[in-house]
Design a protein. Structure first.
Length: 430
């Protein structure tokens, strides 16, 4: 059965939609029942404003006016009980919060956003809590890690459609599949005097925490959902992590990625491996040649004498609903469809957007895609779901400042503890 029919069938039952009472309050629930299908004259007229990135509104194979409009038109055709007029706006996922907060009441009814914006969107009353069949489908169609990424204070706030994390690319002519399992093995290998072994944007606070996780440290508790647990990056294990990062960045076989300098090194055949994500695959494939591009989960690192798994932050991009919408029921149904199996299949086929839907992930096309397979593996095995907490607002700047000081050489083995104390104080300040 096609996903459009499944969504239509789901709407025959009861759907719970959150209605945010005010800033900082959790959504309360109200019941909405689907409008029965009727004659053309009896159709319910609905106006929906939909926002998505420019790339989803550009011409692609099979959709002259873009994937987003194509999916909305399919949704409209699947629901004869509604006469929907769509208005489209361009808003990149990462810009959702800062754009919506300007005027929540007139913002899009349905929009795309990165999951880490959920606490801020909840605070300004811009995102509806989902419930009923919509949440049941999200849990059934996605791995637990992905469902967790859109869960905040035990409530689900978005329909996920792609995962977001990073992993490792390597030159198969320089490393074997076995060698890339250990960062220390990789760094110890002699690749030649003019060849750099590993490149990374280590001074970025999305990448630097991976070493603290490898060293056994925690952020907001073991599961990343307990703000009261704080951050222990400044304990004895954290000091060992700092020493490892210092030694790594001082090593001439390591390079800091700046302005795609690592991709340029790949093109010159003077780099062994690089930590990045799916967005760089095409450029790296062009640089190395498809047969030489290796894609792998993150390696281990020997920190404080113990091998630990380097773990990236992982999250998702999702479709959200504005609780100020005049037709919340229809908006939720559209959001569910834009994250459905059918929509994700089309999104992957037209734009290469890696799916989260478990059925689509098992499709022949995705199973032949090394990046999609590794990204899924990383999300489920070598990553930490980025904490969905408002306290993360204090996290990024202190960590980036610390990592930049490591690169600059102002963090040393002697002052590492005090530097870590300052970083953690910044993360946990009220």
């Amino acid at each position: 059965m096609k996903a459009t029919k499944l969504w239509a069938a789901a709407l025959a039952g009861t759907m719970v939609v959150g209605s945010l009472a005010g800033c900082g309050d959790k959504s309360t629930s109200s019941d909405a029942t689907a409008t029965p299908a009727g004659t053309d004259a009896g159709k319910k007229k609905v106006a929906l404003k939909v926002w998505g990135p420019q790339e989803d509104q550009a011409a692609v194979t099979g959709y002259k006016e873009g994937w987003l409009k194509g999916m909305c038109e399919k949704f409209n055709a699947a629901h004869p009980e509604w006469d929907i007029t769509f208005t489209y706006g361009v808003c990149a996922e990462g810009d959702a919060y800062k754009t919506i907060k300007n005027d929540v009441a007139t913002a899009a009814d349905v929009y795309m956003f990165p999951n880490d914006q959920i606490p801020d969107l909840v605070k300004i009353g811009a995102i509806a809590q989902l419930g009923g069949q919509t949440v049941e489908d999200i849990k059934a169609n996605n791995d637990e890690a992905i469902t967790t990424s859109v869960t905040y204070q035990d409530a689900v706030y978005g329909v996920p459609f792609t995962s977001n994390t990073w992993f490792m690319y390597y030159d198969k002519t320089k490393y074997s599949e076995d060698e890339v399992k250990s960062l220390d093995t990789m760094m110890a290998k002699d690749l030649g005097n003019d060849v750099v072994n590993v490149g990374m944007t280590i001074d970025n606070s999305w990448y630097a925490p991976s070493f603290f996780y490898a060293g056994g440290c925690t952020l907001f508790g073991e599961n990343g959902n307990d703000a009261s647990a704080g951050c222990d990056f400044n304990n004895d294990k954290g000091v060992e992590v700092a020493k490892y990062m210092i030694d790594l960045t001082k090593n001439k076989k390591f390079m800091l990625n700046k302005d795609s300098s690592c991709i340029a090194k790949f093109k010159q055949k003077k780099l062994g491996a690089y930590f990045s994500g799916s967005w760089d695959y095409t450029a790296i494939k062009d640089a190395l040649g498809e047969k030489n591009v290796g894609v792998a989960v993150l390696p281990t690192a020997k920190i404080g004498g113990t091998d630990g798994q380097i773990k990236s932050f992982a999250g998702s991009k999702a479709i959200g609903v504005n609780p100020n919408s005049k037709d919340t029921q229809v908006a939720v149904a559209l959001a569910a469809y834009l994250g459905s199996q059918e929509a994700q299949e089309t999104h992957y086929a037209t734009r290469g957007i890696i799916p989260t839907n478990k059925t689509v992930l098992q499709s022949e096309a995705v199973q032949k895609d090394p990046v999609a397979l590794v990204q899924q593996q990383v999300v489920n095995t070598t990553s930490v779901i980025q904490p969905v907490l408002s306290e993360m607002g204090n996290f990024w700047t202190p960590v980036e400042s610390f990592a930049k000081e490591v690169v600059q050489g102002t963090v040393t083995a002697d002052n590492a503890k005090s530097k870590l104390d300052s970083m953690v104080a910044g993360i946990t300040k009220k």
